[in-house]
Design a protein around this ligand. Structure first.
Ligand code: IMP
Length: 179
């Protein structure tokens, strides 16, 4: 895959992420206190590090499942088509569901996934996004919980890629093209 030359500037340290994940887990524990029906759904691939850290902080009985969606721009309608590339393995009817997203950017992906999962009749459905870029939003959607609001930058690390690289960085950095 072609990549333009770039450097990465640290935006959010590993330590700051860990502290925020711990705080978010506490809020989720309170919101879902007493449940024995929680399924945490990670949106592949960008959320895999976040979901791994988040579920290890959650002192609740949880199941974990994954969904992979991909969104494509459609210049004719200035909208996006969201396709499901990998569906959940399990049923979510009557269950409590927490959808875990890496970044809410335009919002098309999260909106589509919420619509799809709501149609399957969960008892409750909430969402969490590690990062939110509100200035990029094209559809009216906000995750129940957000880790960090960030400016309109292209970011990598902590599961998030640039052309499939940099998912393994322990921090979030912004990509700065050098040419
Ligand atoms: P949305 O449908 O525009 O909200 O797109 C959300 C998806 O786009 C995220 O789950 C990411 O996979 C990808 N994305 C958005 N912004 C970035 C970024 O800054 N770096 C890497 N991927 C991004």
């Amino acid at each position: 895959m072609a990549r333009r030359p770039y450097v990465i500037d640290e935006l959010i340290s590993a330590k700051a992420i860990a502290a925020r994940v711990e705080a978010l887990a506490k809020e989720i524990e309170i919101a879902f206190a007493g449940t024995d029906k929680l399924i945490v759904v990670g949106l592949l691939r960008g959320s895999f590090v976040f979901i791994a850290d988040l579920v290890r902080e959650l002192e609740l009985p949880v199941e974990v499942d994954f969904l992979e969606a991909s969104s494509y721009g459609n210049e004719m309608t200035s909208s996006r088509e969201v396709r499901i590339l990998k569906d959940l393995r399990g049923e979510i009817g009557g269950r409590d569901v927490l959808v875990v997203e890496d970044i809410v950017d335009t919002g098309f992906t999260l909106k589509h996934v919420i619509g799809l999962l709501e149609s399957r009749g969960p008892r409750r459905l909430e969402t969490i996004a590690l990062l939110d870029k509100p200035s990029r939003r094209e559809v009216d959607i906000k995750a129940t919980w957000t880790g960090f609001e960030i400016p309109d930058a292209f970011v990598v690390g902590y599961g998030i890629d640039y052309a499939q690289r940099n998912r393994n960085l322990p921090y979030i950095g912004s990509v700065r093209f050098t040419e």
